[in-house]
Design a protein around this ligand. Structure first.
Ligand code: MF3
Ligand code: CO
Ligand code: CO
Length: 277
């Protein structure tokens, strides 16, 4: 277990994170009708940037984000197409029928981060693409539904890995979820596969992301020469969804909610769609 302290959020923090989470989810709602064959990912990024800054009056957290040893990230969104696992840099390349696309957005409102991502299947779907996008969604929810006070972070990894194994897909090991708040990437690092090392216990007031990346082939990844783009080593398809999760006294809540969000799969017992989104 890493010694870095997991911040327990105050009621005020949680209120701020709910607002930021909703705005990030609403940004994905806004982008959805534009995700069509022929659009470039750079155009989607421009739309995201303008909506974030001018309509939502938020700060795009990814633009210029520079983790240690990295070059500044050059865009508002990460748009990861087909065999791109994550951190896809928007470009002038056009989306085409059957592409599977992850759009990952992070916005800052009043100092709090909202971080969420969804899959989109462009135009006429392929069977394999549609299946992997759905399995990524279900793997995320299997992980989320393992959250309860008294449990521990390893429960997320166990649940995600079991779901992936059952369906013959693999879980990326080099990237994971993270605590989130006033910081973009806070402790802890959240693995989506099991570990033998001790992991922290869930406590009410913890907020973190669950964002498994799953591959149709093997779990290995490699980084392209731009220093950011992560692709599957075997160039198989990859998919990812992301929500922000709050540990409550009795279970968990989802902070990245909006009208356009997809309801959880039927197997989820711990959370229901709010009645008035
Ligand atoms: N939004 C990503 C996450 O879920 C992080 C992207 S960092 C960037 O943690 F610099 F690539 F934008
Ligand atoms: Co994240
Ligand atoms: Co994200």
């Amino acid at each position: 277990m890493s010694n870095e302290k997991i911040i327990i959020k105050t009621a005020e923090d949680i209120a701020g994170l709910r607002i930021a989470g909703r705005l990030a989810s609403e940004l994905l709602d806004y982008l959805t009708p534009f995700v069509k064959p022929g659009v470039t990912t750079a155009e989607l990024d421009r739309l995201a940037h303008d909506y974030t800054v001018n309509v939502q009056e938020c700060v795009p957290a990814c633009l210029g984000y520079t983790p240690p040893g990295m070059t500044p990230y050059p865009a508002t969104t990460c748009i990861s197409v087909n065999h791109v696992v994550c951190h896809g840099i928007p470009s002038e390349k056009k989306l085409k029928h059957g592409d599977i696309v992850n759009i990952d957005v992070t916005s800052i409102k009043n100092g709090y981060h909202g971080d969420t991502s969804r899959m989109f299947v462009v135009g006429k779907p392929t069977i394999a693409g549609k299946r992997l996008a759905r399995l990524a969604f279900e793997t995320m929810w299997a992980g989320i539904d393992a959250v309860r006070p008294g449990g521990c972070f390893n429960d997320i990894g166990i649940a995600c890995q079991a779901y992936a194994d059952k369906n013959g897909i693999s879980v990326v090991r080099d990237y994971g979820g993270h605590g989130i708040g006033k910081g973009f990437h806070e402790a802890p690092h959240v693995n989506h596969f099991p570990t033998n090392r001790p992991t922290a216990k869930f406590e009410p007031g913890m907020v973190f992301t669950v964002e498994p990346m799953v591959n149709a082939g093997r779990y290995g990844v490699t980084i392209l020469g731009d220093g950011w783009t992560v692709v599957t080593r075997d160039r198989s398809l990859s998919a990812q969804w992301e929500h922000m999760v709050l540990v409550t006294e009795t279970g968990y809540d989802i902070l990245t909610v909006s009208k356009g969000m997809l309801p959880p799969p039927d197997f989820v017992k711990g959370w229901k769609m709010p009645e008035n989104l």
